[in-house]
Design a protein around this ligand. Structure first.
Ligand code: ZN
Ligand code: ZN
Length: 161
């Protein structure tokens, strides 16, 4: 028996499609420069999924992987450019899917639970993050910062000497 599909998603041109048997555990808005450039707007919203729940059903040959930092890989559709997913090397059990690529969702999505990489002042000088009571972090959430630092020390040999 296979688990029920709760989320389906697609890139803009339809070549890349995915399914998930889990709803996202959490949504987060990232205001880092990389997410802003890639999304073309003030932030990118991602949903956190267990990697094992996500299947790319078509278009994996159209998917390209890029790494803009040493700690994470991002995947996009090479044909239409849609940002699809991101994974941190320190947590391969989690995949972040861009919420803008969701197509059908069965059930209710969680609210945005985090604003990350908020910086100071208006984002990009033009966008004010709404005062919505959602927790804000200057970079990653505190626990995750620590996990990345530990991963870096172990894998990249940083933080020594
Ligand atoms: Zn595409
Ligand atoms: Zn970001």
């Amino acid at each position: 028996m296979s688990a029920e599909i709760l989320v389906t998603g697609t890139c803009q041109c339809g070549r890349v499609k995915y399914t998930s048997t889990s709803l996202p555990r959490d949504l987060s808005n990232c205001y880092c420069l990389c997410c802003r450039r890639l999304s073309g707007g003030p932030f990118q919203t991602s949903g956190e999924f267990p990697t094992e729940s996500v299947t790319f059903t078509t278009g994996t040959s159209s998917m390209r992987q890029t790494s803009y930092s040493e700690i994470a890989d991002r995947q996009h559709c090479a044909e239409c450019g849609s940002q699809i997913s991101m994974q941190y090397k320190c947590e391969p059990e989690i995949i972040y899917l861009t919420v803008g690529t969701f197509e059908n969702v069965k059930g209710e999505l969680p609210p945005v639970g985090r604003h990350i990489f908020v910086g100071t002042g208006k984002v990009g000088g033009y966008y004010e993050i709404p005062r919505d009571g959602v927790v804000r972090y200057e970079s990653h959430s505190d626990g995750f910062e620590k996990r990345i630092a530990e991963w870096k020390e172990k894998n990249l040999g940083e933080g020594r000497g």
